[in-house]
Write a protein that binds this ligand. Sequence first.
Ligand code: SAM
Ligand code: DTB
Ligand code: SF4
Length: 329
Amino acid sequence: MPKDVKAAKTLRHDWTRAEAEALYAQPFFDLLFQAQQVHRAHFDANRIQLSRLLSIKTGGCPEDCSYCSQSARNGSELTASKLMEVERVIAEARKARDAGATRYCMGAAWRSPKDRDMAAIEAMIRGVRGLGMETCMTLGMLSFDQTLRLKDAGLDYYNHNVDTSESYYSEVITTRTFADRLETLDHVRTAGIKVCTGGILGMGESELDRVDMLVTLANLPEHPESVPINMLIPMEGTPLAKARPVDPFDFVRVIALARIMMPESHVRLSAGRTGMSDEMQAMCFLAGANSLFMGDTLLTAPNPEEDKDMQLFARLGLQPETVETSRPE
Ligand code: SAM
Ligand code: DTB
Ligand code: SF4
């Protein structure tokens, strides 16, 4: 095995900011080449993991995340809903499975789940798992006890984004801290649930903030299995509605850096694909992104239509990943 490929096989948790910055600042094509080498040493570069999102409880959230349409403190016109019924969630998941999704991600606009909601959440996890899909939930902060209940119900992944660097965090959210986020991630890891955590680009943060965010993720005791990189969708009524768009090449650089620093993680090209050309998305795949959300809606914002994605995959020769499942129904 060539030396550089062998080196790429070692997982590291001691990245310094200077090292990460130096990788990030390389000429664009050197960075992309390195990312592609690392990618190929760990993954089939022609496969992509497909997840589907569902908002099981929309809007009315007490947190003040300045990017989010679901915060009650932001001026978006979204009406708050109650927690969806378990049967409806399972019916939606079945449709997603039949359209090729292998993981079903359920999101709630909560600061943290109320104990009275836990039984319904557990029933959703059991029901979706019963369809032979992987399950993911994103419900806000968790106590350790709640985390154990989710694990017992069979939850595969928990999504909880750090969103940005530690030093920029309070510019975006004031109702909780970066340390709160890390605490929930620690509960999730300790309980034996797979970790999905990443962030958003385009909230006015610097390039160094983006690098710092990846250093935090890569230096967790274990790398997150899944790293969503979202391009901010500027939502009307939110403080970030008029934020300056990210340079697409800078976005690709962040994907490449995530791939190099966390070689075995799935890096997800998450929110913001409706604003990206096919060529831009292909460049993100080349940089090592190997997962995305399929289906026409994310939580509240639009996403490319399934047909459009399927056409793109066909043109690129990309095949959806499959999971080992026993499909009972
Ligand atoms: N309330 C839970 C929480 O905050 O953890 C779960 C749902 S929350 C909407 C999940 C993630 O979606 C956020 O952490 C953020 O990274 C992402 N997100 C929300 N609004 C977004 C937007 N307008 N553009 C891009 N990403 C967004
Ligand atoms: C993640 O990183 N992105 C997803 C998921 N995790 C929960 C959410 C994107 C939300 C985009 C804005 C919306 O739909 O409201
Ligand atoms: Fe609430 Fe999550 Fe939106 Fe923040 S990102 S306002 S916690 S739904």
